[in-house]
Design a protein around this ligand. Structure first.
Ligand code: SF4
Length: 617
């Protein structure tokens, strides 16, 4: 049975003026320290306790710094100081702040035997996963999820000006279009409200929260979900249970949308309904907001991708698609009931690339029917096949979860998780096979160890692999293994490197700014297509699919001297891409810009089109 849902509790904010003396003493210690490490900070917190004994929270210190910097004898506000006292600095070190939100529980067209069946969650997620818990606490509402994450980042001193929105859960393309439009519009509403100030946003949050508490079955207070397929109740599938449990919720949604469309009902914040025009207005408001969406990701299945679908995701504001490939072997796909073949993955990736999307593939070693040897060969096919060659990869070895059908094969002995050494061997080879243009974004899914029946439970297995490679004098050539992250980089340390490779639509150039050790400070993905365009808007155009500059994402308008984002690397790369495209005879250069980067590209000569921004060459 599922554990009871927890009701979100926020601790009231500390009254800074009541505690001004100890807070100023801590800040004075931190500002005057030559370097702030975890132990410096902990010492300052212990030296100046709250109420004589307790410790202040780090977010209290962040708030106090914002409030008191430049007064009470403290020097003016300095983002570098904030950077030193913030929690979990690595979260935003890649230059952009990620905000992950989950869609609601909903049927999925897939029947994959390795997929968890937790009916409190959208398909494939487990209610014990940290991100999933946050989503559930917010009733899967897009506004509340986005807002609470932004608030948490802000309170812990992270930048909130450049946000990558990652929308996860089941198969995005299978959710009704009205729900999709509404979901993304509400994400943008939260970004836009947050941009108007925390007080304003807090009032909106309270209103949505109260309405959901009164009306939504998905709200923790109104939870009526006691059904479960945990414990291998395979007589009823996830889809059957979800439809049963949420029947009322789904029917209510459909009726409300129909009534709103017919003009018979006024709109409430709980109505899962929005029009394209409303979404596009929310997009426009975000173009110049303080908290901009610089990337938007959805996840879907290859057999639900069509030309129409990729252009629709684009119209929603999408820039990247997570696509479940899982295996490049039709036999393994059949054994795991994936419901699509490798040809479907090849078609989907080709269409996504034609539309300029960044392609974030999912791949699973240790599936039913695979062996360590077959996985090594299969993984190499991801990059050997010009129809695949993903830009990013989640490398998730199959785990055994009690609610997954794979449990039957585990119980019969037909499938077993790899041993530690087998897994290490496979992953080491996968790392070394990954080309420089691909980023291994995640390795090992962060499933709570209590949900894993057998096999690897180490969520830091990437580090295990990296250490093993380092012991052999090697490192992963992938992007993540080479990022400069928060390190200071002098422009003269960098040189431009161009990696050319073929795809099914033409040529691809990975332009990277690297150091002598091949550490990467910035990159640009340029498509030089020779195939017919997917939309007339792209006729005769080369395409910038991604520009990424590493370095701590400091606030808009603030400087961080020497850090990669601030030495014009993005502009240099765009100009080089334009020159390459011109040399190759393209008349135009398109970019799949995110809503929040439209202004950036306008300033670099790109004009707004229907779905893309385009510059004449
Ligand atoms: S398509 Fe994805 S979410 Fe759906 S069953 Fe398969 S793995 Fe799970």
């Amino acid at each position: 049975m599922p554990s009871p849902r927890s009701r979100r509790k926020y601790k009231p904010e500390l009254d800074l003026n009541t505690y001004r003396a100890p807070l100023l003493a801590i800040l004075t210690d931190l500002v005057s320290a030559p370097e702030v490490t975890a132990s410096t900070l902990n010492k300052a917190l212990r030296d100046h306790p709250k109420d004589g004994s307790g410790l202040f929270r780090r977010e209290d210190i962040v708030r106090a710094y914002r409030e008191f910097a430049g007064s009470h004898g403290l020097p003016p506000f300095d983002p570098a100081v904030l950077e030193r006292i913030r929690l979990k600095p690595t979260r935003t070190r890649s230059g952009v702040t990620p905000v992950t939100v989950l869609t609601k529980p909903y049927p999925c067209p897939g029947e994959c035997i390795f997929c968890p069946n937790d009916v409190r969650m959208p398909k494939s997620y487990l209610s014990g996963e940290p991100g999933a818990q946050r989503a559930e606490q917010n009733s899967f509402d897009p506004y509340l999820q986005t807002y609470t994450r932004l608030r948490a980042y802000y309170n812990t001193g992270h930048p909130t000006d450049k946000i990558e929105m990652i929308i996860l859960g089941g198969t995005w393309s299978f959710y009704p279009e009205t729900y999709q439009i509404w979901f993304i519009k509400r994400v943008f509403d939260a970004l836009n409200d947050f941009s108007r100030g925390v007080d304003y946003a807090e009032a909106q949050f309270d209103a949505v929260e109260a309405a959901l508490r009164a009306a939504s079955q998905l709200h923790p207070d109104n939870n009526t979900t006691t059904a479960s397929v945990q414990g291998l109740d395979l007589a009823r599938t996830y889809n059957q249970v979800v439809q049963d449990v949420y029947r009322a919720e789904m029917a209510r949604s459909r009726e409300q949308a129909a009534a709103i469309r017919a003009g018979q009902r006024a709109r409430a914040v709980t109505d899962e309904f929005a029009t394209w025009e409303e979404l596009e207005a929310a997009h426009r408001a975000n173009e110049t907001a303080a908290c901009r969406c610089v990337g938007l990701v959805v996840e879907t299945r290859p057999d639900h991708i069509s030309a129409e679908e990729v252009l629709r995701i684009r119209r929603l504001g999408g820039t990247k698609v997570q696509i479940g490939i899982q295996s490049m072997d039709d036999r393994v796909l059949v054994m795991n009931k994936r419901g699509h073949d490798v040809a479907a993955a090849r078609r989907a990736v080709t269409l996504l690339r034609q539309a300029g999307f960044k392609i974030h593939a999912h791949y699973m070693p240790n599936l039913y029917g695979a062996t360590p040897e077959s996985d090594r060969e299969d993984y190499a096919r991801l990059f050997g096949d010009p129809a695949i060659r993903p830009d990013e990869l989640k490398l998730y070895p199959c785990s055994i979860i009690e609610s997954a059908e794979l449990m039957l094969h585990y119980q019969s002995g037909a499938w077993q998780p790899y041993t530690h050494d087998e897994l290490l061997g496979v992953l080491k080879d996968c790392f070394l096979t990954t080309p420089e243009y691909c980023r291994l974004t995640r390795v090992i899914r962060d499933i709570p160890s209590t949900d894993i029946i057998d096999g690897n439970q180490l969520t830091n297995f990437r580090e295990v692999v990296e250490r093993a490679l380092a012991a052999e004098g090697q490192r992963s050539p992938d992007i993540r293994g080479r990022e400069v992250r928060g390190r200071q980089v002098a422009p003269e340390e960098l040189r431009l490197d161009e990696l050319w490779y073929a795809t099914t639509i033409g040529e691809e150039v990975f332009l990277q700014m690297i150091t002598a050790e091949r550490d990467i400070a910035a990159f640009l993905r340029l498509s030089l297509p020779s195939a017919d365009p997917i939309t007339p808007e792209l006729a005769g155009a080369a395409m910038i699919r991604e520009v990424h500059v590493y370095g701590q994402s400091v606030g808009i308008g603030r400087s961080a001297p020497g850090k990669a984002q601030h030495i014009g690397l993005g502009t240099d790369l765009i100009e080089r891409a334009a020159a390459l495209a011109r040399e190759r005879g393209y008349a135009r250069l398109a970019v799949i810009s995110a809503v929040g980067t439209r202004d950036y590209y306008r300033k670099r000569g790109f004009a707004d089109g229907a779905l893309y921004q385009i510059r004449a060459l």
